[in-house]
Design a protein around this ligand. Structure first.
Ligand code: NAD
Length: 259
């Protein structure tokens, strides 16, 4: 299926590793000119090199922290009017809400709610004027089924989800869609770091904890980031103009509900 994206432009945030990187690669394979943003220049450039080699796509890299106003300013000066925006940043740390002060909350809200909103605000009117735009926010399965120790994430991402639900109904008549992709357990560095903490706490080996988690998923495995990237590319496709305001779980069936 040709997704009708050749020659389109995209900003992908948090693109040096994991799910953001996979979204950048899937879009690049469809002929999208991608600007990849992440904090560490060496990791970012290595990722871009590999994606260029595999796809032949034109890729620019920008080593910025997208959660800062300065970082976003530089990013948007390189590509102020992308056709596609994929928002993403690392998730907040787990913990007990009694230990989180105002600064911890502001940091989480900045990274996982206000940064996507600022990026949407800066780009959506260009998309509306052009009558094409696709915005995908990488959030979390925890939006549908909150995880107790991830209170900062649950709170911040719920705020973004509510905001998107309202805006996505205003932009779709201009062929600008806004959707959220909700990852369950995907085999990325973040998942491994989280599991390392659990292994240490429970006195188990990493292999034991990883295997237990794989078996707990109906699919019997973790998600492959490439599967996530391809779902993102489809939501960005020309064909997906009637899908907006959705929260699409990609979790191997882990969420047990019908809706
Ligand atoms: P990851 O740690 O493997 O990769 C995160 C990427 O974002 C890296 O490229 C990192 O450099 C970049 N990044 C982080 N903070 C940034 C910032 N401030 N500015 C620019 N770039 C930044 O993480 P991942 O597994 O790909 O997860 C992506 C998102 O999905 C996170 O918000 C995470 O909480 C969420 N998530 C992941 C899983 C999973 O199983 N992997 C599950 C649920 C939710």
């Amino acid at each position: 299926m040709d997704l009708g994206l050749k020659g389109r432009s995209a900003i992908v945030c948090g693109a040096s590793r994991g799910l953001g990187r996979a979204c950048a690669e899937s879009l690049a394979r469809e002929g999208v000119n991608v600007v990849m943003a992440a904090r560490r220049p060496d990791v970012l450039e290595q990722a871009a090199k590999e994606i260029r080699a595999r796809t032949g796509a034109a890729i620019k890299t920008l080593p910025v922290d997208v959660t800062t106003p300065e970082g976003r300013k530089v990013l948007l000066s390189i590509l102020p009017d992308p056709d596609i925006l994929v928002t993403n940043a690392g998730g907040p740390p787990p913990g007990d809400f009694r230990d989180w002060d105002r600064a911890a909350w502001i940091k989480a809200l900045d990274a996982n709610m206000l940064t996507p909103i600022e990026l949407i605000k800066a780009t959506v009117d260009h998309m509306i004027a052009r009558r094409f735009g696709r915005i995908v926010n990488i959030t979390s399965a925890a939006v549908k089924a909150p995880i107790d120790i991830l209170g900062l994430s649950n709170g911040a991402r719920a705020g973004l989800t509510g905001f998107v639900a309202g805006l996505a109904r205003q932009t779709v008549r201009h062929n600008v869609t806004i959707n959220n992709l909700l990852p369950g357990p995907f085999d990325t560095d973040r998942l491994r770091v989280t599991m390392e903490g659990q292994a240490a706490k429970r006195g188990l080996s990493m292999d034991e904890v990883l295997d237990e988690r794989r078996q707990a998923n109906p699919a019997g495995r973790f998600g492959d980031p490439a599967e996530f990237g391809d779902a993102c590319a489809f939501l960005c496709s020309a064909q997906a103009g009637y899908i907006t305001g959705q929260n699409l779980l990609i979790d191997g069936g882990a969420f047990p509900g019908t809706l």
